[in-house]
Design a protein around this ligand. Structure first.
Ligand code: ZN
Length: 82
């Protein structure tokens, strides 16, 4: 069973989210406590039918982060991992 954690936009960048996900955590929306839809890779995004990123399934205005998987991917990840 996944451990649940409230998403904190001030502390959680994509690198952290990836780590939490790898460790079996589920992130919850800080506003409505719904389990966030997380798709950090193109395969995951395809599987879930969403754009790459992280969203609140109740209301995208609660949490809405997108990841660009275009040609800037490498530099994007380099920035995120700093
Ligand atoms: Zn929400």
């Amino acid at each position: 069973m996944a451990t649940k954690m409230i998403f904190n936009p001030e502390n959680h960048n994509f690198k952290k989210i990836k780590e939490l996900q790898a460790n079996g955590y589920e992130l919850l929306c800080p506003k409505c406590k719904a389990t966030l839809v997380i798709a950090l890779t193109l395969d995951e995004a395809k599987e879930k039918g969403v754009h790459p990123g992280m969203y609140c399934p109740t209301n995208p205005q609660h949490v809405h982060m997108t990841v660009s998987l275009a040609s800037t991917k490498q530099s994007l990840w380099e920035k995120l991992e700093k």
